[in-house]
Design a protein. Structure first.
Length: 139
């Protein structure tokens, strides 16, 4: 069995963003040379997420609105975590809902997706540099 590891780095310009990282993951898969196996992608920060869904702007706005309704950014005083001097308690909660990671099957050297599926990096406490781990195993 072969393994491959790479870190993808992101520096968002806004506090919350959704970035389609499917092309970067496909590039990693090509670099790995693995034709059959699994791709693991996980956010290496506790206020970011990796998830699979449709690349549709309206849906992304729905995610933003829904997450803000579940865990609004403000008032910061609403969260005990922010008593420590932080202002990102909402981002921790959003990450928990959206998930830490995703796993995709690799078949014939391609990501084995269902219709419309894409891989996204979800940033909930941005405007700084963060990373996603890509780990590919297989033959």
């Amino acid at each position: 069995m072969k393994t491959y590891r790479k870190e993808l780095w992101f520096h968002t310009s806004k506090r919350r963003e959704f970035i389609n990282i499917t092309p970067q993951i496909e590039d990693c898969l090509k670099e790995s040379g693995i034709k059959e196996g699994l791709v693991l992608c996980n956010a290496m920060h506790i206020t970011a997420s990796v998830f699979i869904n449709d690349d549709e702007r309206g849906l992304h706005k729905d995610f933003e609105d829904w997450l803000q309704g579940l865990a609004p950014e403000k008032p910061y005083s609403h969260y005990r975590h922010n008593d420590s001097g932080e202002d990102n308690a909402d981002a921790h909660l959003k990450r928990t809902v959206m998930g830490r990671e995703t796993v995709v099957a690799v078949t014939n050297g391609k990501l084995d997706f269902g219709p419309w599926e894409q891989i996204f990096y979800g940033e909930f406490d941005g405007i700084r540099r963060k990373r996603v781990l890509v780990k590919i195993i297989g033959e």
